[in-house]
Design a protein around this ligand. Structure first.
Ligand SMILES: Cc1cc2nc3c(=O)[nH]c(=O)nc-3n(C[C@H](O)[C@H](O)[C@H](O)COP(=O)(O)OP(=O)(O)OC[C@H]3O[C@@H](n4cnc5c(N)ncnc54)[C@H](O)[C@@H]3O)c2cc1C
Length: 291
């Protein structure tokens, strides 16, 4: 199928994009990489009458390390996140997770901001933003606001950003010294969306105790979830195999999965436990090596 007819507006600044959104209101949609919006338009699930193309807006295509944060423009391509040395050094989990998004052709066009605003509950970028408690900078003509994942991801394919706002930047805390990460994903075929995925970041102190643990799961609810019960078991522990087993064991009860063609509710709970356990093992061994 082909999309319904639409007006095309190409802009070259955030200011111009915001004015176009003000002018066309609820009829307009931002076009970034087009890797989710265009298929939805072809299936006529989305029928915007105006597309505001932000591809020429270079001011939101940047990666900067600033005071312990990695600040990334929303129009940055996913493939850039995968290859950029600052991302690989300061937020290596992000670079590792991006490799799981679709195929290289998708990542060459798809953007950081497009993925986050689209709000797919299994999106790798949403999972990493949730795990690391990233800050999302959102602008309208009137103001700029900064929110965390809990105030941004609303539910299945739903995010809290209005028709006249643009996501301009995402800020990730740089990985602390002595930290390690793990990322494991179950998908049916290479390049498919995840059935479930698990992300972990651990920090070890000089004597080999875990000072901080972050654990998050996607594909087991309407949006990615942190697992505080597991994090509590891990923090301050020696992260022995028994502790990692106990942390993973509390994951299934924390989830709200749905059954679908890719897997039943019970299957998703169990796979989440297994994938968290694997991610914990990877993260802890990396954190210990870095001590
Ligand atoms: C075959 C295939 C496989 C895929 N596999 C995966 C996968 O495994 N994992 C995964 O996470 N994704 C996957 N995707 C989706 C891909 O990651 C998309 O790139 C992403 O979901 C949307 O990013 P985009 O830049 O293409 O945004 P677009 O499709 O252009 O836009 C998506 C939505 O975000 C809005 N938007 C975009 N940018 C902004 C902004 N800066 N401010 C406000 N609103 C904005 C648009 O208006 C639209 O509503 C796949 C896509 C395809 C076609």
């Amino acid at each position: 199928m082909k999309p319904a007819a639409f007006k095309y507006v190409r802009v070259d600044s955030v200011e111009a994009a915001l004015s176009a959104l003000e002018q066309y209101g609820s009829d307009a949609k931002i076009l970034a990489g087009g890797q989710s919006l265009v298929p939805m338009m072809n299936f006529r699930i989305a029928q915007p009458s105006v597309l505001v193309d932000i591809n020429p807006v270079n001011e939101i295509d940047f990666i900067r390390a600033e005071n312990g944060w990695l600040c990334i423009g929303a129009r940055t391509r996913q493939t850039t996140l995968e290859k950029n040395p600052d991302v690989n050094q300061k937020c290596p989990l992000l670079a590792a997770a991006v490799k799981w998004i679709g195929h290289p052709q998708i990542r060459n066009r798809g953007t950081l901001g497009g993925s986050l605003v689209h709000g797919d509950p299994t999106a790798e970028l949403a999972l990493v933003a949730t795990l690391l408690d990233a800050r999302l900078v959102i602008r309208s003509t009137a103001k700029s606001r900064t929110v965390g994942p809990a105030d941004f991801f609303d539910g299945f394919m739903s995010t809290r950003i209005t028709e006249t706002e643009i996501l301009t930047e995402v800020r990730y805390p740089a990985a602390p010294p002595g930290s390690g990460y793990g990322f494991h994903e179950l998908c049916i075929r290479q390049g498919d969306f995840a059935v479930v995925a698990a992300a972990v970041q651990f920090t070890a102190d000089d004597v080999g105790l875990c000072t901080e643990a972050r654990v998050a799961v996607s594909g087991a609810g309407p949006k990615p979830l942190r697992i505080p019960a597991a994090e509590k078991i891990l923090a301050g522990s020696d992260a022995s195999a028994a502790v990692l087993d106990a942390a993973a064991a509390c994951v299934p009860a924390e989830l709200q999965p749905m059954s679908d063609l890719k897997g039943s509710e019970a299957y998703r709970r169990e796979m989440a436990r297994i994938f968290v356990r694997r991610a914990l093992a990877d993260a802890w061994s990396m954190a210990r090596e870095k001590r």
